[in-house]
Design a protein around this ligand. Structure first.
Ligand SMILES: *[C@@H]1O[C@H](CO)[C@@H](O)[C@H](O)[C@H]1NC(C)=O
Ligand SMILES: *[C@@H]1O[C@H](CO)[C@@H](O)[C@H](O)[C@H]1NC(C)=O
Ligand SMILES: *[C@@H]1O[C@H](CO)[C@@H](O)[C@H](O)[C@H]1NC(C)=O
Ligand SMILES: *[C@@H]1O[C@H](CO)[C@@H](O)[C@H](O)[C@H]1NC(C)=O
Ligand SMILES: *[C@@H]1O[C@H](CO)[C@@H](O)[C@H](O)[C@H]1NC(C)=O
Ligand SMILES: *[C@@H]1O[C@H](CO)[C@@H](O)[C@H](O)[C@H]1NC(C)=O
Ligand SMILES: *[C@@H]1O[C@H](CO)[C@@H](O)[C@H](O)[C@H]1NC(C)=O
Ligand SMILES: *[C@@H]1O[C@H](CO)[C@@H](O)[C@H](O)[C@H]1NC(C)=O
Ligand SMILES: *[C@@H]1O[C@H](CO)[C@@H](O)[C@H](O)[C@H]1NC(C)=O
Ligand SMILES: [Zn+2]
Length: 730
């Protein structure tokens, strides 16, 4: 799933109203198969009045221990308790003596007169109803088919706990079952669900009942259905896009259809496992009614329509979003739907992979867009920034109330960055083999992180590459990364006489709470300019830093510069002794700077400015390093520079526009600066930007050009923020 963050803030307030604890269903009953019928009552008038639906469900279930009651989830449903029946396969009925709702636990408990013995039963709840609410559960949306002609539709969003808002069910991700969904609709409407339509029954009075094929075993949160009067694109290779008829006629769904087709093939190839269902639809919901960006329901991916529909004139950023969101949601068809996180505390094992594939698969769909390079800016640098701002949580998390998610920036940006780190320290082929083993071993089940690590371990053992991990296990390494908040700063100190290198790791939290000094197991690799190869391609570890500090004597060169963390694949910042920073500044400001990999150029900029902010190095280091930007033509290090110099709240806040004297530029003189009376921070900042961004201004400019590439357009969208400063001729 991809979601707006404000919903999270909203949920946090809810937590202070109800008590913050998570209720887990008893383990005495396991659902096997649901027969669910829903009838939404849609109207195209009186749109302010509430919309309702009726439903009934038969749940085939296995009683695992003798019991006198069955508890399942429900929330805000009206259940007619005279229609409840529990019957075993011989037709013997257990009499219901009482039912009770628990609003706080979101449960419904059915009490029986006699003991219900171990066995298989059908539990029928013959009549319940609910309101088609807002954005969650089974909800409604309204759109204009033509001006003045509103149309309503009913659609679902169940992750994490919306299914219980729609129908009584065992609403925990590990309680997987099969579903046979029926939807009752009026003539002129259509219905869709996870699986293909199996049959339609005419009920009379213009009502029709559509029944869908039985799904594979799956979690409640990824079930989906909709009733609407949409149209669909033609079906190409099992796929269709559903949207309002105007969008379909204008071809606005075609890009999503073709991107979906490519993404699904690439994922099947990468995972070695064919997509399980017979079809995969994408469905557009009017944005104002859908709080998510997109949701990965198995076989029926649902998007806010502005994330899905594209016209030829859509901006580059919008094409990037559609492409990457499709890759994200399609990756969930394996990571989340086929193999599911057993509990929300480690939802990251699905979201991080989806966020990683969001870039990786999209980069294969659109090779010229350089999405794996953009990953470093969009995901890795954002993750580091977010963790510095609000990095209070490790990947593994403890959710505290029903409906809560672990923090999104941790699961998405940090998690994806950690997955990319694994890819590189394991090497791409071993990583891919590990994923295949993980999915094949755990398909149709729910997992915890150690299942993931075991699969990667098997891949390492099979390939005979335990030496890549210095004979440590994947689990040993990864359990440090999944349960430690923040990230390490690795400081590299060279002995320019002996060549010895001392590595030290520390955490931003070390000084604040010295009770838990963090210690990571960190993959380290080096690039020495004295090697003259400038080969940044080997991204596995040259060595592992397992202690707080380590001194390494491998007859390293004492000349030139060293750069640690090739292509910035490790999830950490790197600091150096000032002599090495001087070597870096000299080299980057020479005509040879392109010998440094673009991703390490981006890393150096991002690390240098942030290390100055953290008072690890003086401010003149990043400013002098940043002078090289005048010659930089590649948009990736430039984007790193733009983000660090303008977007970083810390740097931004230092710019006290009223201050007469500059603080941060104290030890720094801009080369060829025109003498000025003004020595304020903001003045020097502007002069600095004007000087170093002159090259981009001249080449790229602020106006679009007919021969702009997709990358040029994206680049200009980022660069445009400097327009007022660069055009200001004070
Ligand atoms: C439950 O109902 C379904 C559908 O009517 C039927 O196929 C199945 O055998 C029933 N299961 C039991 C345990 O009675
Ligand atoms: C149905 O619910 C009502 C109200 O909660 C309760 O009094 C009654 O005992 C219930 N009946 C059965 C059969 O569970
Ligand atoms: C609701 O949850 C609390 C705490 O887990 C538990 O003590 C209580 O029995 C639950 N209520 C029901 C009806 O299961
Ligand atoms: C379902 O129950 C409601 C009252 O709770 C009743 O009005 C309605 O007629 C019932 N529907 C069916 C199909 O039995
Ligand atoms: C790793 O294990 C192998 C086999 O036990 C051994 O030969 C090798 O020396 C070990 N390597 C390291 C770095 O400990
Ligand atoms: C260290 O490196 C230098 C230059 O590369 C080489 O001449 C010397 O033999 C090396 N010493 C050892 C102990 O490997
Ligand atoms: C740049 O590379 C050239 C050719 O390798 C070399 O002669 C020159 O010294 C280098 N300049 C710097 C500043 O490293
Ligand atoms: C400027 O240099 C002095 C002396 O080295 C140092 O103490 C100070 O922190 C530096 N100021 C900045 C803003 O880097
Ligand atoms: C793109 O067009 C501009 C003029 O609009 C021209 O100056 C530039 O050389 C062109 N670039 C390429 C790569 O064709
Ligand atoms: Zn997701």
């Amino acid at each position: 799933m991809i979601r707006f963050v404000f919903v999270l803030l909203f949920s946090v307030t809810l937590c202070s109203i109800v008590s913050c604890q998570v209720y887990r269903l008893p383990k005495n009953v396991k659902p096997l198969r649901y027969f669910l019928t829903m009838e939404p009552h849609l109207r195209d008038t009186d749109l302010q009045k509430t919309f309702h639906y009726d439903g009934n469900v038969k749940i085939e279930l296995e009683v695992l221990e003798d019991t006198k009651s069955i508890t399942l989830h429900q929330l805000q449903l009206r259940i007619d308790n005279t229609t409840i029946e529990l019957v075993n396969s011989n037709g013997k009925e257990n009499i219901v003596v009482d039912t009770s709702k628990d609003g706080r636990n979101e449960t419904y408990t059915i009490h029986f007169g006699e003991l219900v013995e171990i066995g298989i039963y059908n539990l029928t709840i013959g009549n319940f109803s609910g309101e088609l609410g807002d954005g969650e559960g089974f909800f409604h949306a309204v759109y204009f088919k033509e001006p003045g002609k509103p149309r309503s539709l009913a659609v679902t969003h169940f992750e994490p706990t919306g299914a219980r808002l729609a129908f009584p069910c065992f609403d925990e991700p590990a309680l997987k079952a099969k579903f046979i969904v029926s939807l009752i609709r009026r003539e002129g409407y259509i219905s869709v669900s996870n699986e293909n339509l199996d049959m339609t029954e005419n009920l009379g009075d213009g009502r029709f009942k559509d029944t869908f094929k039985e799904t594979p075993i799956m979690s409640t949160f990824t079930l989906a259905f909709a009733v609407c009067d949409y149209e669909a694109t033609e079906k190409v290779e099992r796929q269709r896009v559903y949207a309002n008829s105007k969008a379909i006629k204008n071809g606005e769904a075609d890009y999503a259809l073709h991107t979906g087709i490519k993404s699904l093939k690439l994922l099947e190839e990468f995972t070695g496992i064919d997509f399980v269902l017979d079809k995969l639809d994408q469905f557009a919901v009017p944005d104002a009614y859908f709080y998510e960006h997109a949701m990965e329901n198995w076989g029926l991916v649902i998007y806010g329509q502005s994330n899905l529909l594209r016209s030829n004139s859509s901006p580059a950023e919008d094409f990037k979003r559609t492409t990457s969101y499709i890759a994200h949601e399609y990756a969930h068809q394996w990571f989340g739907n086929l193999v599911t996180a057993a509990w929300w505390d480690y939802l990251w094992i699905c979201e991080s992979f989806a966020s990683y594939f969001q870039y990786y698969i999209a980069s294969l769909v659109q090779p010229s867009w350089r999405l794996m390079d953009q990953f470093v800016i969009d995901m890795l640098h954002t993750a580091l920034k977010q963790e510095e701002l609000r990095g209070e949580h490790p990947l593994n998390y403890r959710i505290r109330y029903s409906g809560q998610y672990p923090p999104f920036h941790i699961m998405y940006e940090k998690g994806a960055s950690i997955i990319r780190m694994m890819e590189h320290f394991l090497t791409h082929e071993v990583f891919r083999r590990g994923i295949q083993i993980y999915l094949e071993t755990n398909k149709f089940t729910a997992t915890v992180p150690k299942d993931l690590y075991n699969a990667f371990q098997q891949a390492v053992n099979k390939a005979g590459v335990n030496n890549l991990l210095n004979n440590m296990t994947v689990r040993e390494i990864m359990e440090v990364w999944d349960s430690t908040k923040g990230f390490p700063i690795v400081t590299v100190k060279r002995d320019y006489r002996t060549g010895e290198i001392t590595l030290e790791q520390k955490s931003q939290f070390d000084d604040v709470d010295d009770i838990t000094t963090s210690k990571w197991i960190i993959p380290i690799n080096f690039l020495f300019s004295s090697d003259e190869q400038f080969d940044f391609s080997k991204t596995s570890a040259d060595l592992w830093l397992t202690e707080k500090t380590a001194t390494i004597n491998r007859n390293f060169s004492t000349d030139g510069l060293v750069i640690v963390n090739k292509q910035q694949t490790g999830y950490y910042r790197v600091n150096y002794d000032l002599e090495n920073w001087e070597e870096i500044i000299k080299f980057m400001n020479s005509e040879n700077f392109t010998l440094i990999h673009v991703l390490n150029r981006a890393q150096l900029i991002n690390d240098a400015f942030n290390l100055a902010r953290l008072e690890e190095i003086p401010w003149d280091v990043p400013f002098r390093l940043g002078e090289y930007i005048i010659r930089e033509k590649d948009c990736i290090p430039l984007a790193a520079f733009y983000d660090t110099i303008s977007n970083n709240v810390f740097i931004y806040s230092f710019l006290d526009r009223k201050a007469k004297e500059s603080q941060y530029f104290k030890n720094y003189t801009l080369p060829n600066a025109v003498p000025s009376e003004d020595s304020s921070e903001y003045y020097i900042y502007k002069e600095y930007l004007k000087a170093v961004l002159r090259g981009v201004s001249e080449r790229l400019g602020f106006k679009s050009k007919p021969n702009d590439t997709h990358i040029d357009q994206l680049h200009r969208d980022k660069f445009i923020r400097f327009r007022s400063i660069l055009e200001d001729t004070n």
